[in-house]
Design a protein around this ligand. Structure first.
Ligand code: BG6
Length: 480
């Protein structure tokens, strides 16, 4: 069995809006995440046609406002990451700390200073920062005033923001990603495109227009990055959900083929190959339009072609099964990417179907298609953890999940796939993106904060903390 490469980037991943808190401190503006209520009904509320992004503190809780108070505790947290031996740390920059409304002419210096400090703290421990430029946290004003990513004006705003952060940090930061889980908009456009029912999420044309704008914006930023630093690595980032046809019925095989193209391949095809794939119009026609109906301007296609990404970052949590032949088939409850229940798999407490082999398949599928380095920048088990009387969590279930997924990466390495690194999601407990809960925990580090907002914010190492440290020290050899 192939060993993990010596330079393999072991680490962990977080996003600004889910852990920083301090949502209005030092000039930060509101982001979309600040206006999403906490709790499992978060998306249901957001997609209600009446939803207008107004914060209603009497009716709802807003866990992102406080996060886990990382804004004031990042030094303590990064120290803990270094204790585990992290080689890298993936985090995002809150766009609304740098441009509070998204459309200002000048950036907010205090926001920039904060990330100066975060980066320097990482470098102090030889932890390589890996930065997501936009992770589900666009300035709220870009949605309420401009209608979200379907508006072409966002290309300029994003380009300006990205230029500012790249110019400031690129000499210290080699690894970047343009947009988190860009493809997730097919099933939930609120987080990455700022589109909900009230501003057009029901119309697939808006989703595709928003994607086009994001593709162009991302490509322009790839260009800026490459001009600033020749060895910079800037990737795209997708939510990859390995797909199976439910059975050998050709009808299900074709359904799988089409669903896989649209969800798993479309965005990556454009961002990696630099052009719209040949199947594009066949996808769009089912919604009643073609590429010609989108607002694609003169040099857009050239910009895409000239500026493909350097690597593919992706999250992997679950696989899904496609069955078009049985209307009664049980759906995979909680699976955000749809599909039916796979009888061969178990699911997490939130219904996400656990499938380590699916990760090996994902890695092989993508590498076979693109031959670009792959970076597993999210993976993990959201679970209810119980802190015992010694302030300890014996999270053997999480270790078991991670161990199996790391084995799957090793198998993919053995299959010949080029994998750059592994950054499990929520390396410290944080607010869940889809349900706005604290109780859905992923971390190696427990944070004493509850769904109702109570808690001391104290940090405690879980059993998985010690285990992951051993994994990193042995460069993936010791997984016991
Ligand atoms: C990914 C996102 O979808 O999955 C993260 O990039 C998110 O922001 C993670 O937190 C886990 O999802 P959830 O809904 O359990 O937080």
């Amino acid at each position: 069995m192939t060993d993990f490469p010596k330079e393999f980037l072991w680490g962990g991943a977080t996003a600004a809006n889910q852990l920083e808190g301090a949502y209005l401190e030092d000039g930060k503006g509101l982001s979309i995440a600040d206006a999403l209520p906490g709790g499992p009904k978060r998306f249901e509320i957001a997609y209600n046609p009446e939803f207008n992004w107004e914060i209603n503190l009497e009716k709802y809780t807003y866990p992102n406002h406080e996060g886990i108070d990382y804004y004031h505790r990042f030094k303590e947290d990064i120290k803990l990451f270094s204790e585990m031996g992290f080689k890298c740390y993936r985090f995002s920059i809150a766009w609304s700390r740098i441009f509070p409304k998204g459309d200002e002419l000048e950036p907010n210096e205090k926001g920039l200073v904060f990330y100066d400090q975060v980066i320097d703290e990482c470098l102090k421990y030889n932890i390589e920062p890996v930065i997501t430029i936009s992770h589900y946290e666009m300035p709220l004003n870009l949605v309420t005033t401009y209608g979200g990513w379907k508006n072409r004006k966002l290309i300029k705003f994003y380009e300006k923001y990205a230029r500012v952060v790249l110019e400031r940090y690129a000499s210290r930061v080699k690894y970047w990603m343009t947009f988190n889980e860009i493809n997730s908009a097919l099933h939930f456009s609120v987080m990455s495109q700022g589109l909900v029912t009230s501003n057009g999420s029901e119309e697939k044309k808006n989703i595709y227009q928003a994607w086009h704008n994001q593709f162009v914006a991302g490509a322009k930023v790839v260009k800026i990055a490459h001009e600033l630093r020749s060895d910079i690595q800037i990737g795209c980032m997708v939510l990859y959900a390995t797909m199976y046809a439910y059975d050998a019925n050709p009808v299900n095989q074709v359904a799988r083929l089409k669903e896989n193209q649209e969800f798993n391949q479309f965005c990556t095809d454009v961002q990696v190959r630099g052009k719209y794939p040949s199947y594009t119009n066949s996808l769009l026609q089912k919604y009643g339009f073609t590429l010609d109906d989108l607002d694609i301007q003169a040099d857009d296609l050239q910009v895409l072609e000239n500026n493909p990404v350097d690597y593919i970052g992706f999250s992997y949590y679950m696989s899904t099964a496609i069955d078009e032949t049985n209307e009664e088939a049980e759906t995979a409850n909680g699976n955000l990417v749809g599909g039916v229940k796979n009888p061969f798999l178990e699911a997490s407490d939130w219904g996400w179907q656990i499938d380590p082999t699916g990760l090996r398949i994902a890695l092989n599928e993508m590498y076979g298609r693109y031959q670009k380095p792959l970076f597993v920048v999210e993976n993990g088990l959201g679970a209810y953890d119980k802190l015992d009387e010694n302030n300890y969590v014996n999270d053997t279930y999480r270790i078991d999940y991670l161990r199996k997924h790391i084995k799957a990466i090793r198998e993919a390495l053995n299959d010949g796939v080029n994998v750059m690194g592994y950054t499990p999601w929520g390396c410290i407990d944080l607010v869940s993106a889809s349900t706005g809960q604290m109780s859905k925990r992923y971390g190696f580090i427990y944070v004493d904060k509850n769904d109702d907002g109570t808690g001391s914010f104290n940090r405690y190492k879980k059993e998985s903390f010690n285990w992951y440290k051993k994994v990193i020290t042995s460069n993936g050899k010791d997984l016991d």
